[in-house]
Design a protein around this ligand. Structure first.
Ligand code: IMP
Ligand code: MG
Length: 332
């Protein structure tokens, strides 16, 4: 543990929110640092209540966890304040003073651009907000009156936490295949979404990261345009129980079977040391709610073993249902 990066393996929506909410409660995380921006929604379920978080770190369920928004992140002020209210985290959430601000005009620019529309962006304006930051004309969190109570020097806090052996989780958003550098350009998002970039956005040097936990889903989904190898039709997806709609935008998610070669490649480039596999119950219905590996069906166990063999990394966490506790934890 001490410092772990959580990275999505494919095109986002692998179930990072669920894995993070479990780790927060189980491991009693000291810090959770959200990267990226408002385009990514992380879904957390607890006692039948669903949260689709665009700004607040997914570890909020553990009430002693210090929640931070990284210096490299882009903050949507309205969404942030709304979610702080919803999750009641005022007093323990901080925004790095150097985080930049995503404004309504960026969303309007995103929606007005035929090119960006063709890529199927989420419409939140993350690309235009990053452009503005690169031009050195962006507003920063420290410039916004409503954010004054939340301002923090997150980089010092996180690094001092690591010095003291605190449990620090760096929350990646989106998926590796949406990376501006490593995904299928131009059908990508406006930033690198890989493990190194997550650490970079948070202000953590590569030698201070202990584990990279890559999150796979048992099948693959993608929203927006761009190639999806092995894509099946919506009808087939419904039949298989794989059909999903996006937590953020409500759009249909396209789907495809698990891709072992891609899983191996993304594990390597992200330097993954551990893996999580979510939604095993969507592949193998008998596994729903299982909490012990021994309780999985034979074919489900074989699938997990094949993921391990083909990627070369241990599958330590297995999701078997939406609630944070619907999970098999194989860590020692
Ligand atoms: P943008 O990030 O809004 O610019 O969108 C660029 C591409 O990334 C589009 O195909 C989006 O659907 C996709 N995308 C962005 N964020 C997420 C996410 O959190 N989950 C899944 N897809 C995403
Ligand atoms: Mg999502």
């Amino acid at each position: 543990m001490p410092c772990t990066v959580i990275v999505g393996a494919f095109w986002g929506d692998e179930g990072k929110g669920k894995i993070i909410s479990y780790l927060a409660l189980k491991d009693k995380l000291d810090f959770c640092v959200r990267t990226g921006s408002v385009n990514a929604a992380h879904t957390v379920w607890m006692e039948g209540k669903r949260y689709a978080l665009h700004m607040v770190p997914a570890a909020f369920l553990y009430e002693k966890c210090r929640l931070l928004i990284a210096a490299g992140a882009n903050v949507h002020v309205g969404k942030f304040l709304e979610e702080v209210e919803l999750t009641k985290v005022k007093g323990r959430i901080g925004i790095d003073q150097q985080a930049s601000i995503i404004e309504e005009k960026h969303s309007a620019q995103d929606k007005a651009s035929a090119h960006l529309k063709g890529l199927g962006t989420t419409g939140w304006g993350v690309g235009p907000a990053i452009e503005e930051r690169v031009r050195r004309t962006a507003k920063l969190a420290k410039d916004i009156p409503e954010l004054q109570p939340y301002l923090a020097d997150s980089v010092s806090e996180i690094n001092e936490g690591i010095d003291k052996d605190k449990k620090v989780l760096l929350e990646g958003t989106q998926g590796f295949m949406l990376s501006l550098f490593f995904g299928g350009y131009p059908y990508v998002t406006g930033r690198d979404t890989g493990a190194s970039a997550i650490a970079s956005e948070a202000g953590v040097g590569p030698t201070r990261v202990d584990d990279v936990l890559i999150v796979y889903k048992s099948f693959i989904t993608r929203v927006g345009a761009g190639p999806l190898p092995g894509e099946i039709t919506k009808e087939e997806a419904i039949k298989k129980g794989w059909f999903e709609t996006a937590a953020g935008t409500g759009r249909d998610r396209r789907s495809a079977p698990f891709d072992f070669e891609l899983a191996k490649k993304t594990a390597k480039i992200n330097g993954a040391t551990q893996a999580a596999v979510t939604k095993l119950d969507s592949m193998f219905a008998q596994c729903k709610g299982a909490r012990e590996f021994a309780d999985l069906s034979k074919d489900a166990k074989e699938f997990i073993k094949e993921v391990e063999n083909r990627t070369g990394i241990p599958v330590v966490l297995i999701g078997t249902g939406p609630e944070a506790w619907d999970l098999i934890d194989r860590r020692k």
